[in-house]
Design a protein around this ligand. Structure first.
Ligand code: KIV
Length: 264
């Protein structure tokens, strides 16, 4: 089975086949969603909240990203793995940006990196691409653009600026644009204009080349899901709770519990 490449994603755009992107932060989830057939696995800094229990994704360190990306990468047999560049891993200067992007490729085995950027980072994107590392540019209303301002999904953006930035970031060498928190009209306009695949998330409409699902909220793999059902798929948290409760009851009742030798 060959791994999904940038050429495959470009072909999917040309043939109008939707590109599926989901997140994973560990081996098990990556292996399962890879088997489901997703095309790209993003090891997002959202793993700081969903996997590591941080309050905010901006608390994630470069070392933590490398560990999560390496683990998820071991589970992804077919999907392209994109490692997220965490807060302060590329903002100081281009040299640090290239070095940190290199860590996600060299130490974690990612095939590409993602940066939350506007055109002010076009030079940084170009420097990383020049080092041979493919870049997915994450634009629109993003978590880093909304530090201290509340939920990025409802943040406001200057759509004309996003439009100009999109073209500049493609010129800088980005192989894909991840568009979050923008209108469906703008998502469609950018998708028609640029030559690279666009991925929609939290807005951006249904006419981008692909769609991202942040796995934990999408499939309800979150403790909040136990009290208030929000996800459209799953909810996996409820299945896990039921299974753990049943195991607990069986052990306490003295029932023999069969465990597979290879499960540990
Ligand atoms: O880290 C992440 O999961 C992301 C999503 C918000 C798209 O960047």
């Amino acid at each position: 089975m060959s791994r999904v490449s940038i050429v495959d994603l470009q072909r999917m755009k040309a043939e109008k086949k939707k590109i599926v992107v989901m997140t994973a932060y560990d081996y098990t989830v990556a292996r399962i969603i890879d088997r489901a057939g997703v095309d790209v696995i993003l090891v997002g800094d959202s793993g700081g909240r969903f996997a590591l229990g941080h309050e905010d994704s901006n608390e994630v360190t470069m070392d933590e990203m490398v560990i999560m990306a390496r683990a998820a990468g071991r589970g992804a047999k077919r999907a392209m793995v994109v490692g997220d560049m965490p807060f302060m891993s590329y903002q100081v200067n281009d040299e640090e940006a290239v070095r940190n992007a290199g860590r996600l490729v060299q130490e974690a085995g990612a095939q590409a990196v993602k940066l939350e950027v506007g055109s002010e980072y076009a030079g940084t994107v170009a420097a990383i691409v020049k080092a041979g590392i493919p870049v997915m540019a994450h634009m629109g209303s993003t978590p880093m653009a909304n530090i201290g301002a509340g939920d990025f999904r409802s943040g406001s953006v200057d759509e004309e600026q996003v439009w100009r930035d999109a073209r500049e970031l493609v010129r800088a060498g980005s192989f894909s644009l991840l568009l979050t928190g923008i209108s469906a009209d703008l998502g469609e306009r950018i998708t028609e204009e640029v030559t690279v695949p666009t991925i929609a998330g939290f807005g951006a409409g249904d006419n981008c080349d692909g769609q991202i699902g942040v796995t934990h909220p999408t499939v309800g793999l979150h403790p909040d899901e136990l009290d208030r059902r929000k996800s459209n798929y799953g909810p996996v948290a409820v299945a896990l709770l039921d299974a753990a409760e049943k195991f607990t009851q069986d052990v306490r009742a003295g029932k023999p519990v069969r465990s597979r030798r290879d499960s540990g």
